[in-house]
Ligand binder design. Structure first.
Ligand code: PLP
Length: 473
């Protein structure tokens, strides 16, 4: 939400001074009000361009999972398709066709028994996909319970879930049942998850690539526990896999890990095309194993080539360019290309994690060997600087490395997290290491920490004593 001007004031004057070098009118423009008249496009461009110079360098942003680099051909295709609206299936049948092809490719990648039966769609990101998947679980529960659907539906998940699942629960009135962290377990425990299930459980969410530390949750073990629950009680609880990052990593790097539609209990899977799908923001995907997993009464029909095309989405209009870029990437890289890109990300992550561990003051929470993301803490015996000090010091060198506290019951644990994406090379990782070595002597000389959790700002991730904050994407 943009609410900066009237409430917070700040240093901004209501007028923006336009550089006189342009020597064109106007010389000032209103900052927060719509200008009265027109302006030369070159001036307008320069004003906007100059404002944006203050944004960080996306390539040095090690907080985000979202793609920050694309090939010129992908960028060109996106520019060529900027005007295409994804919902206009009738106007742009080929864009619709490419979306369908992507869904089929993902269905095969995720081992659907019969990819032709899979139903899927593109979304703005994993958050929209999570809303859709959650709604399908809720509607299925309602159908399943029939007249007995009078209790409050609940969704079981680890406390480490990304904030989109808390939003889903809040917006769509589902009770979130979080499995807390415990000791060195930083994500879902299958046994603890199943203990929370009852007749009003719409599903269990298992995350492949936890936002907090990149770890995979044990989907197959959760499925086995739920099979056992069904045998014992008759309760049939489906699983949704939030594979925002991992669903585009595991198929290429961990082919023997069984987490996807090979498990009959997995009803649906989401991923972010704009994370390890390697597309610029914003694109996500949601797939359901078959028509039974996505109740037909949630599906709307739009006009398509004189016929009717089923759609399931929160938005109506949405840009088509990202879907086209996804298809380009699939075509351009193929299975082998994706495997090489993801392999390199994992190699960079694990090597960097190892070198950071060797610096001395740090202890790894994860090592980048699953999603190419790792978290590390300052050793508990170090009391004169914090992860928040490290984050601030690296920021002086241009690096964005978020520091944040873990959720219940490990709010005592604060970590730094590094997300390795396509384009973050061994070379850049070495430059980051050099900067870490540069800042450490100064921090070691500190008498006491200069920054703590309150300085984490927008990087803060999750639940703090029942209160959740927006996390980084
Ligand atoms: C596990 C997980 N789920 C969902 C999301 C939300 O994804 P998006 O930013 O694509 O909406 C994220 C973002 O980081 C995530 O890590």
């Amino acid at each position: 939400m943009a609410s900066k001007e009237p409430q917070h004031g700040g240093p901004a004057t209501p007028e923006l001074q336009v550089n006189p070098l342009f020597s064109r009118e106007p010389v000032t423009i209103p900052r927060y009000a719509l200008p009265d008249g027109e302006m030369d496009p070159a001036t307008a461009y320069q004003v906007v361009h100059d404002e944006l110079m203050l944004d960080g360098n996306a390539r040095l942003n090690l907080a985000t999972f979202v793609t920050t680099w694309a090939e010129p051909q992908a960028r060109r295709l996106m520019a060529e398709c900027a005007e295409k609206n994804m919902i206009d299936k009738d106007e742009y049948p080929q864009t619709a066709e490419l979306e369908l092809r992507c869904v089929h490719m993902l269905a095969r990648l995720w081992h659907a028994a019969d990819p032709r039966h899979v139903i899927g769609c593109s979304t703005t990101g994993s958050s929209e996909a999570a809303m859709l998947a959650g709604l399908a679980l809720k509607r299925r529960w309602r159908h399943r319970r029939g007249d007995r659907a009078d209790g409050r539906p609940n969704l079981v998940m680890g406390v480490n879930v990304q904030v989109c699942w808390e939003k889903f629960a809040d917006y769509f009135e589902v009770e979130p049942r979080y499995v807390p962290m415990e000791g060195d377990r930083y994500h879902l425990s299958p046994k603890r998850a199943v203990e929370l299930c009852d007749e009003n459980t719409i599903g269990v969410v298992a995350v492949l690539g936890s936002t907090f530390d990149g770890s995979y949750e044990p989907v197959a073990e959760v499925a086995a526990e739920l099979d056992d629950l069904q045998e014992r009680t008759g309760l049939d609880v489906p699983i949704h896999v939030d594979g925002a990052s991992g669903a585009m990593i595991a198929p290429f790097l961990d082919p023997d890990l069984v987490w996807d539609f090979r498990l009959p209990r997995v009803a649906s899977i989401n991923t972010s095309g704009h994370k390890y799908g390697l597309v610029m923001p914003g694109l996500g995907w949601a797939l359901w194993r078959d028509a039974e997993a996505l109740p037909d009464d949630l599906v709307f029909h739009v006009n398509y080539l004189g016929g009717s095309m089923p759609t399931f989405a929160l938005n109506f209009s949405r840009p088509g360019a990202q879907v086209i870029a996804q298809y380009y990437n699939f075509l351009r890289l193929g299975f082998d290309g994706y495997r090489r890109v993801q392999r390199t990300c994992r190699d960079v992550a694990t090597r960097l994690a190892g070198k950071i561990a060797a610096l001395g003051p740090f202890e790894l929470i994860t090592d980048g060997g699953q999603a190419p993301v790792f978290a590390f803490r300052v050793r508990p015996e170090i009391t004169n600087f914090t992860v928040f000090d490290i984050s601030a010091a690296l920021r002086e060198h241009g690096w964005l490395v978020p520091a944040y506290a873990f959720p219940p019951d490990r709010t005592d644990l604060s970590v730094l997290r590094i997300v390795v994406r396509n384009g973050f090379s061994h070379d850049l990782a070495d430059l980051l290491l050099e900067d870490m070595r540069r800042v450490l002597p100064r921090l070691r000389r500190q008498r006491e920490p200069h920054r703590d959790f309150d300085d984490a700002g927008a990087f803060a991730h999750g639940i703090t004593a029942g209160h959740r904050q927006q996390s980084d994407p």
